[in-house]
Ligand binder design. Structure first.
Ligand code: URA
Length: 208
């Protein structure tokens, strides 16, 4: 069973509260998502493996450490885009994949309409980012598609999760740890997270 890490660092909690406020304007919302993703990215990479790396300082040679496995960050379009820059700031060598899904009206199944991943995704530690883990449908499908392309080490980072989404993810992908900033109460009939923050994509891109 995968682990759920609720990252209740005071700065993350403080910023998520501002993010939830319906009166927070688009510009501030976008900045907050970036700041939260940065703080979360720091926590979500805490357990990355290190290997020895020889380095020559101006004084002497020594054996330091470097991250063992390169990283890929994969935003689920479109709201996940708001979290990419933050990860790139802390891991500038990361490569970025993109995945877009829509729900087929007849079958209710998620269909991939765009997927471009680093060619060596199978050798990378993949951080899938999406601010809201609601039903879990799109995260599960996105991770299915990413696994089909060979990725083995995947973690999911979201800002707010609903218990329904966590359960769905844990059933479908018990090997994928979930990192979230808040675990909310439930979903409403329209599948929005309660209390949540509304539609993250609309609030990020001003399409309200
Ligand atoms: N997606 C969102 O952007 N918000 C929700 O509450 C649920 C899904």
């Amino acid at each position: 069973m995968s682990k759920v890490h609720v990252m209740d660092h005071p700065l993350i909690v403080h910023k998520i509260t501002k993010l939830r406020d319906k009166d927070t304007p688009v510009k501030e919302f976008r900045e907050l998502v970036n700041e939260i993703a940065l703080l979360m990215g720091y926590e979500a990479t805490r357990d990355l493996k290190l290997v020895d790396k020889e380095v020559e300082t101006p004084i002497t040679k020594m054996v330091g450490k470097e991250i063992a496995k390169p990283i890929a960050v994969v935003p689920i379009l479109r709201a996940g885009l708001g979290m990419v820059d933050a990860i790139m700031n802390i891991v500038p060598s990361a490569k970025v994949g993109h995945i877009g899904l829509y729900r087929d009206h007849e079958t209710a199944q998620p269909v991939e309409y765009y997927c471009k991943l680093p060619v060596d995704v199978d050798k990378r530690e993949v951080i899938v980012v999406d601010p809201m883990l609601a039903t879990g449908g799109s995260s599960v499908a996105a991770i299915d598609f990413i696994k089909q392309r060979g990725a083995k080490d995947i973690r999911l980072m979201c800002i707010i999760a609903a218990p329904e989404g966590v359960e769905c993810m844990q059933k479908a992908h018990p090997d994928v740890d979930i990192y979230c900033g808040a675990l909310d109460e439930k979903l409403n009939e329209a599948k929005y997270i309660v209390p949540g923050l509304g539609d993250a994509g609309d609030r990020l891109f001003g399409t309200l």
